[in-house]
Design a protein around this ligand. Structure first.
Ligand SMILES: [Zn+2]
Length: 347
């Protein structure tokens, strides 16, 4: 009896492996943010941004799905700039639907961008690696895109969508945007705003606020006991919905259902109300946080506002000191969500 019991424990441990596989996302995150690869500050259209693109392209090249560099130019204040997207495609079967999974890799000038968006870039690479290793199990063809120049007006995602014909765009059944997927207190999946985004950059916009893809991801999360949720705030863009400030916007403008995975905290009463701009209640990121009010002790004197992205706090050292283990745990949850979402149901 005792032996049998031990035997079944071993069997149970064998049937439910630990995070061995999921650790690829942690590995990519550590790799990208290591001093060696110098995936540090990498503002749009700088040498550092181009180097980061090279690092990503090289990793994609390890999976045999023909990664392409898509160079593009854009204008800001009458000046011309260059940047690039890296596009890697896995074609499983023409009969299957095709989805886009994208993450930008540039940063604002004053931040190392560990969470915004080395976190999304690492997730993108690890899911691409999974797709490469489990091609026969996938229920989608997938286009993986690392976008350049997001922080200066979504230039990479606009350029990508503008480069396709209407027929090419029609083949996408959805787009999943990974932007700042770690760091904040809660993991969310959003869909596009009820009110149409500004889509003037497209010749023939046809806005989609379809929330099907978000809901499919949320049910996958629930089935796998993951903590992803819909934000509950109705005002602004609607509960479970988001504004057009990241790379999902050009896709929604082209009529494609989008889902946006983000780590923040919509319970906090921030500078402008509950808008998700305050990412954490952790006291290090506030001058003074009032737990009862779920907001600053004093609105007038608060200067930190629980913000990580676009600040000097967005680096691995600070985040590991203040929130040890959080980024890794959150990345593993996303990895499970996306890999479970991409594969056919167990037979
Ligand atoms: Zn970002």
């Amino acid at each position: 009896m005792f032996k049998l019991f031990i035997g079944s424990l071993i069997a149970a441990a064998f049937v439910f492996p630990t995070f061995a596989q999921d650790s690829s996302v942690t590995r990519y995150f550590k790799e990208l943010t290591s001093a060696n690869l110098n995936f540090g500050k990498r503002p749009a259209s700088t040498k550092q941004e181009a180097e980061a693109a090279g690092v990503i392209a090289k990793i994609f090249d390890g999976f045999d799905f023909n990664a392409q560099v898509q160079p593009f130019t854009y204008s800001l204040k009458d000046k011309r700039f260059e940047s690039q997207n890296i596009v890697a495609q896995i074609n499983v079967d023409e009969a299957l639907p095709t989805i886009v999974i994208g993450a930008h890799y540039d940063t604002v000038p004053n931040a190392n961008g560990a969470t915004d968006n080395a976190s999304g870039s690492a997730l993108l690479l690890s899911v691409a690696e999974f797709a490469h290793q489990h091609k026969q199990k996938l229920k989608y063809n997938v286009v993986f895109i690392a976008f350049g120049a997001e922080e200066v007006g979504l230039q990479g995602s606009k350029a990508y969508v503008q480069s396709l014909t209407d027929n090419q765009l029609k083949r996408f059944s959805g787009m999943i945007n990974l932007d700042t997927v770690a760091g904040g207190d809660t993991l969310y999946v959003h869909s596009a705003s009820n009110t149409a985004y500004n889509c003037e950059f497209l010749a023939n916009p046809s806005y989609s606020n379809d929330s099907t893809l978000r809901d499919q991801l949320l049910s996958t999360a629930e089935a796998n006991k993951l903590s992803h949720q819909k934000h509950p705030i109705e005002k602004g863009f609607g509960a479970g919905r988001t504004g057009g400030w990241s790379d999902h916007r050009p896709f929604a403008c082209a009529g494609i259902p989008i889902a946006y995975i983000e780590a923040t905290n919509f319970n906090i009463h921030g500078r402008q109300g509950q808008d998700g701009y305050s990412q954490t209640t952790h006291q290090h990121f506030w001058q003074c946080f009032d737990d009862k009010a779920v907001g600053p002790c004093d609105k007038e004197s608060e200067s930190k506002w629980g913000e990580i992205w676009h600040t000097e706090n967005d680096n691995v050292k600070t985040l590991e000191q203040q929130l040890p283990g959080r980024i890794t745990a959150q990345l593993q949850q996303h990895y499970q969500l996306l890999t479970q979402f991409l594969v056919k149901e167990a037979q």
